[in-house]
Design a binder for this molecule. Sequence first.
Ligand code: SF4
Ligand code: URA
Length: 265
Amino acid sequence: MDREELRRRLEFYRDLGMGGLYVASGTGHGEAAVAPPEAVKRAPKPEAAAKPGAIPESQPAPAVLPMALPPLEPAGDTLPAILTDIGECTRCRLHQGRHKLVFGSGNEAAKLVFVGEGPGADEDEQGLPFVGRAGQLLTQMIDNTARKEGIPISRPDVYICNVVKCRPPENRTPLPDEMEICGQFLARQLAAIRPKAICALGSTAAKALLNTKDGVTKLRGKWHKWREIPLMVTYHPSYLLRPYNQEAKKEAWEDLKKVLHYVYD
Ligand code: SF4
Ligand code: URA
């Protein structure tokens, strides 16, 4: 692997939110011969180089790749291929408590993708994302906002998935290593669908996709980018279900209106 290829790979892993890659010596792990993903090839170079933490050209490239790197996105990747690669996944500890893996659902050619945190009890039981109470609220938010705004879409027109595909015990927040490991599949899903926009629901999705520590209050309502795809952050529907967060509900409707008009006008 030449230095340019290595640099692109490291940029790719940083885009996935994988901070602090370490270098193992002399193991030769992670040397799978895969072409650089289209998305990385197309990434605007000057912008990437200007990012804090970007890998400068002048810095000597590490001799050996970190161990156990996830596979890069294969060219021409598809959702069924990603699902096949996940298989009966045991790549992180979350597999231990799951009943069903929750890959995602909806339109595989969606112009809009919603990303949540991880399956809850209902989702774990049914193998589908956002089917519990938070899911019902999300469905209402999508369907009612679209109807009121005269946009002829409903939930089945979008695609919905999560940062982690298996339910965390007691619905705890996914841990950084779990997000990092499962995040490779989320990145592949987004790259395969190539939606016009992404809507990150809550801080876990925002952290995973934007590589930021900022909270939803700060990030919401504004356009960000995941690679070159516009990304809106808004509140997670579970947060909106709490009776003391009714003010946030109005803001979430505003955010959703913006997203729907941008994508479907
Ligand atoms: Fe695999 Fe993701 Fe499930 Fe972890 S959460 S076991 S990485 S599918
Ligand atoms: N909350 C999430 O983040 N995802 C789901 O699929 C359900 C609830």
